[in-house]
Write a protein that binds this ligand. Structure first.
Ligand SMILES: [Cu+2]
Length: 197
């Protein structure tokens, strides 16, 4: 029963999310179109949505990977993005975040290229560095393990030797040692005092 209720709740929440998503503004088209290659740098990018939107954050990353400041203007269901006039040849990335009429933010991005497609996005910093870090870590762990293990081993072996040595030294004198030693030696308990008196 609880399980059925839980799945019903999950279904209802999924439906809510879905209906909320339907109410969000969606990008219908853009000029230039996503992925297009242009001969000349465009003056602006126009984003056309299915409902009125308010631009929140709009950014352009140029072909050299540099973030550029752009001016934006809302015009009903469209957002106009005025581009810098010194965009270099290559692929530019336009990212946008707009607010739907229901107050929900919608974000997305599109790319267009001037002249030719280039790798506009800087490659993620992968390569030999992480491998070196991992090797160093493994080395530290191995060293730690060997160090602790070695110290333990040395202590253990050394302890064993010391025990054998002290035992060998002590053994001949065992007969001269009274065992067990008197429990009252150095004790101040009342039973010991009464026994001593
Ligand atoms: Cu919404």
């Amino acid at each position: 029963m609880a399980r059925a209720l839980a799945s019903l709740a999950a279904l209802l929440s999924a439906l809510c999310v879905a209906s909320a998503a339907w109410a969000h503004a969606t990008l219908v088209s853009s000029e230039p179109a996503d992925g297009s290659v242009l001969a000349q740098p465009p003056k602006m990018v126009q984003l056309h949505f299915n409902e009125d939107v308010t631009p929140a954050v709009v950014g352009v990353i140029d072909a050299s990977g540099k973030a550029r400041d752009v001016a934006t203007r809302a015009a009903g269901q469209s957002v106009l993005i005025v581009l810098p006039d010194d965009l270099s040849q290559g692929t530019q990335i336009v990212s946008y975040r707009v607010v739907s009429q229901d107050g929900h933010p919608v974000s997305g991005s599109l790319v267009f290229s001037i002249g030719a497609v280039t790798g506009a996005a800087p490659p993620p910093k992968a390569g030999p560095l992480p491998v070196l870090i991992w090797l160093a870590r493994i080395g530290v762990y191995l060293g730690l393990f060997a160090g602790v293990g070695g110290a333990f081993f040395a202590a253990w072996i050394g302890q064993g030797r010391a025990d054998r040595r002290s035992a060998a030294v002590r053994l001949p004198s065992v007969s001269s040692v009274r065992w067990p030693p008197s429990p009252c030696k150095g004790s101040i308990s009342s039973t010991c005092r009464s026994a001593a008196s």
